[in-house]
Design a protein around this ligand. Structure first.
Ligand code: BES
Ligand code: MN
Ligand code: ZN
Length: 488
């Protein structure tokens, strides 16, 4: 999709669809009034009939047939000040309609939003529009992608144009990155294997000078002593891969921020096999890895002057005669030994070795992203990602990035009191705590491998995909991560 911003006049701007707003107190937005006048008051007359819903975010499409705008899409706003949450609603509600046309122009930046500037508004519109146009069509015989190919944001003057352009670029980058993550997530596990992810990473490096990719195979992982990661992979016929994508936008001397993604391309549970109900959704157990790919793609688009390494710990968790069994003990790259009491707690096993490996980059900060625990879904549901950190400044930065982008996280405790749940009689630790605080004890497990650097962990088990009729990857937390990185 082509996004652009323009100082334009609605009475002269040709458009297949113009997006304007109306509120109960002031009526149509300035450009809306303008267009209405040009159309002989027909918009006002049609709205008077009362078909437009009363709730903010309700939309009505009005055909104008001829005139500069073929159609006008009217979005209802609330009566008082417009909050950021409400503006997001308007942006996605209008995108859901506009995506059906080849081309659209939005005048929603004319609205004033509480505590937000034009850059933020443009960012939210571009993000919502980019996300709305995603459709997973690879395996559908008849489905076509949405036609929207050109989306224009209206600015009232040159100064506003600059601000809008800036926000639009960021939002478009966030949407692009999110949609890359969604595409990888929605792919079935018979296509999206660890080797597939490795090939994707190599292809990305081939296309972009600022990115290099290296892939550690089983043999190299063995040489490094990654017994935890390898123990997960060994039950599967698919070989694992530890993928490193190195984005160099900053000075060579500048320490990188390292992202680490859980890339279990299918989580059957292994010998501690999962029940059949919704097991297909465990193709999404590489959502953390997908978000790392999404962020790398967004960085390549936006080209910020920073260094970022994206690590992906990719493996498939399967039961077989070669699989780990409950009670098995493995040695991690850190030297610490782990008693595997449940083979379904495999994410932390692949992550702990990847996190130890991350130390070799002398990172400024490390953020891991993982669909780690069902317990996190019980705690937070699907609206917030769970956030843990051993550094309060990093935690606050990530929380703020979530608020700003609308891709929110909620901080959870990483208190020492939770650590003894991981005590084992036979090894340095066991890979599960008890029934209580499952998301916290999983984070505690990871914290034992990240003591040497500034670290945060995001449990995205509830936010990475949707179940039910709208089943599909969300691309989260790519907007949050991109927001955070652009602020560095
Ligand atoms: N990938 C799952 C977590 C998961 C489950 C995410 C359901 C989203 C929905 C993870 O590998 C897992 O199986 N975790 C176990 C941990 C338990 C064995 C301590 C869980 O959450 O049940
Ligand atoms: Mn599991
Ligand atoms: Zn898993």
């Amino acid at each position: 999709m082509q996004f652009s911003a323009k100082v334009s006049d609605i009475s002269k701007q040709r458009a297949a669809c113009s997006i304007i707003s109306v509120d109960a107190k002031n009526g149509l937005s300035p450009s809306g009034k303008n267009l209405d006048q040009l159309a002989g008051g027909v918009i006002g007359k049609i709205l008077k009939r009362g078909d437009l819903g009363a709730k903010p975010g309700s939309t009505q499409l009005i055909d104008l047939l001829d005139g500069p705008s073929e159609r006008v899409l009217v979005v209802r706003t609330g009566k008082g000040d417009i909050s950021q949450a409400e503006f997001r609603k308007l942006a996605s509600a209008s995108a859901a309609v506009a995506k059906k046309f080849k081309e659209a122009t939005s005048y929603l930046c004319e609205l004033e939003v509480k505590g937000a500037d034009k850059t933020w508004q443009a960012q939210q519109i571009a993000l919502a529009t980019g996300l709305a146009c995603y459709r997973f069509t690879q395996f559908l015989t008849d489905a076509k992608p949405y036609p929207l190919a050109k989306f224009t944001l209206h600015a009232t003057d040159r100064k506003q144009l600059k601000a809008i352009q800036k926000g639009m670029d960021i939002g478009a980058g966030q949407a692009l990155g999110s949609n890359v993550a969604r595409e990888l997530g929605d792919l079935p596990s018979n296509v999206c294997t660890p080797s597939y992810l490795a090939a994707e990473a190599r292809a990305l490096a081939k296309k972009h000078a600022k990115l290099t990719t290296t892939v550690l195979d089983e043999k190299k992982m063995q040489a490094l002593g990654m017994g935890a990661l390898l123990s997960v992979a060994k039950g599967s016929d698919q070989p694992p891969a530890l993928i490193a994508m190195n984005y160099k936008g900053g000075k060579t001397s500048e320490k990188p921020i390292v992202l680490v993604g859980k890339g279990i391309t299918f989580d059957s549970g292994g010998i501690s096999i999962k029940p059949g109900q919704a097991m297909d959704e465990m193709k999404y157990d590489m959502g953390g890895a997908a978000s790392v790919f999404g962020v790398m793609n967004a960085l390549l688009e936006l080209q910020p002057s920073i260094n970022v390494v994206g690590l992906v710990a990719a493996a498939e968790n399967m039961p077989s005669g070669r699989a780990s069994k409950p009670g098995d003990i493995v040695k991690s790259m850190s030297g610490k030994t782990i008693e595997i009491l449940n083979t379904d707690a495999e994410g932390r096993l692949v992550l702990c070795d990847a996190l130890t490996y991350a130390g070799k980059y002398k990172p400024r900060a490390v953020i891991d992203i993982a669909t780690l625990t069902g317990a996190c879904v019980i705690a937070l549901g699907h609206h917030a990602s769970g956030l843990y950190a051993n550094n309060e400044e990093l935690a606050q930065d990530l929380l703020k990035a979530g608020e700003k982008s609308g891709d929110r996280a909620w901080q959870m405790p990483l208190w020492d009191e939770y650590q003894p749940a991981l005590d084992s009689n036979f090894a340095d630790m066991q890979n599960i705590g008890g029934r209580d605080a499952g998301s916290v004890t999983a984070a505690c497990f990871l914290s034992r491998f990240t003591e040497e650097y500034t670290w945060a962990h995001m449990d995205i088990a509830g936010s990475a995909w949707k179940s039910g009729a709208c089943k599909g990857a969300t691309g989260r937390p790519v907007p949050l991560l991109v927001e955070y990185l652009l602020g560095k």
